[in-house]
Write a protein that binds this ligand. Structure first.
Ligand SMILES: NC(=O)C1=CN([C@@H]2O[C@H](COP(=O)(O)OP(=O)(O)OC[C@H]3O[C@@H](n4cnc5c(N)ncnc54)[C@H](OP(=O)(O)O)[C@@H]3O)[C@@H](O)[C@H]2O)C=CC1
Ligand SMILES: CCCCCCCCCCCCCCCC(=O)[C@@H](N)CO
Length: 322
């Protein structure tokens, strides 16, 4: 009578328990908690959208907050908005992340950083064949080179010790899977993952922990602009993942940073995408590692179903154009 139960234990539960135990010893780097309260959080692109929501949240949680962007008037408006919402006065720095010297000056003026959030980003969605090389360079320079400038400027100050610190990079779900109309944008966002994986190995001994954030379409001023010019196919494919509000992305982001997660998905589709594209990324959570090991095959199948749908959409749209 007890034999089906015994069978279940032997075939499923026991191997799962052994795997979980093995993974709890195996995961590296080790789990870490990164506090935000009373610490210096530096957010680029903090004057709008996700960055502004992040700045508000960090201020509310008792951090000292600095924000950097180009437009001084937008920065001042953001500072006023955050003061009204939280009673906290944030420091503002007007620089272009493409200008390494200007970034260095701002970072020096702000003082040693505990949590660096490279959130700035630009997008011009368009098919590569018609996109100008200036627009392509624009996205790579801001999204990728700007991030290099920031990390290089902030690292010496961050290595001074005083508890675990974080470097977080705002990628996109389009940095996990290439999307029609996003050749340059996807390239710049995929690049952040390579940067982050390599950087984590270089800074682990300094108690610095890298996080990569992968949001879906998010309601922001930037997204409103993007939506006006984005190809129809791009909108359809991006619609495969449920859109979010900036504040909800900010909440996921800050929680991901605080829990020291390397990969930070923002919604359920993002979680599936993270498991399907886990590759050789570091993983601190043995539970997530367990999901990756056990679900990879099935999620590959799900991913192929999505690709099937996307190629059908592309065919339909191009047939209509002709
Ligand atoms: N909204 C979305 O659908 C998604 C967004 N993301 C990513 O999230 C991040 C934030 O996006 P979102 O909130 O929509 O963006 P917004 O366009 O609303 O805000 C962008 C911010 O970055 C700043 N910025 C842009 N270029 C530069 C530059 N060269 N130097 C310094 N600061 C700059 C802007 O200020 P200023 O113009 O004054 O410089 C602004 O503060 C980006 O990296 C984006 O790629 C990822 C997935 C989805
Ligand atoms: C295996 C399971 C797969 C699960 C579903 C996969 C869905 C992928 C959708 C990708 C959407 C990309 C949106 C990018 C938004 C962005 O970065 C711009 N809006 C920036 O402004």
């Amino acid at each position: 009578m007890a034999s089906p139960l015994l069978f279940l234990v032997l075939i499923v539960v026991a191997p799962a328990a052994v795997l979980l135990l093995a993974l709890s010893f195996l995961v590296r780097p080790r789990p870490v908690k990164i506090p935000v309260k009373g610490r210096h959080v530096f957010i680029t692109g903090g004057s709008s959208g996700i960055g502004l929501a992040l700045a508000k949240r960090a201020a509310r949680e008792g951090a000292r907050v600095s924000i950097l962007a180009r437009s001084l008037s937008k920065l001042e408006d953001a500072r006023d908005m955050i003061r009204v919402a939280t009673g906290v006065e944030v420091a503002i720095y007007s620089s272009d992340v493409r200008d390494g010297a200007a970034v260095q000056k701002a970072v020096d003026a702000a003082g040693p950083i505990d949590v660096l959030i490279c959130n700035h980003g630009v997008i011009v969605p368009q098919e590569m064949e018609t996109q100008s090389i200036e627009d392509i360079k624009f996205m790579v320079d801001v999204n990728l080179m700007g991030t290099f400038h920031l990390i290089r400027a902030a690292l010496p100050g961050m290595k001074r010790g005083g508890g675990p610190r974080s470097i977080s990079l705002m990628s996109s779900q389009a940095g996990q899977v290439g999307i029609y109309g996003y050749t340059a944008y996807s390239a710049s966002k995929f690049a952040l993952r390579g940067l982050g994986e390599a950087l984590q190995q270089e800074v682990i001994n300094d108690d610095i922990h890298v996080s990569l954030i992968f949001p879906p379409d998010t309601e922001t001023p930037g997204f409103v602009q993007e939506s006006k010019i984005r190809p129809e196919v791009t909108s359809k494919i991006a619609g495969s993942s449920v859109g979010m509000k900036a504040d909800d992305v900010a909440e996921r982001t800050l929680n991901g940073i605080k829990s020291g997660s390397f990969i930070v998905p923002c919604n359920f589709d993002g979680l599936m995408l993270a498991i399907a594209t886990c590759g050789l990324s570091p993983q601190r959570s043995y539970l997530m590692a367990f999901c990756e090991v056990t679900c990879a095959g099935l999620l590959r199948f799900v991913a192929l179903c999505f690709q099937w749908g996307w190629y059908a959409t592309i065919e339909k749209c191009s047939a209509r154009k002709k």
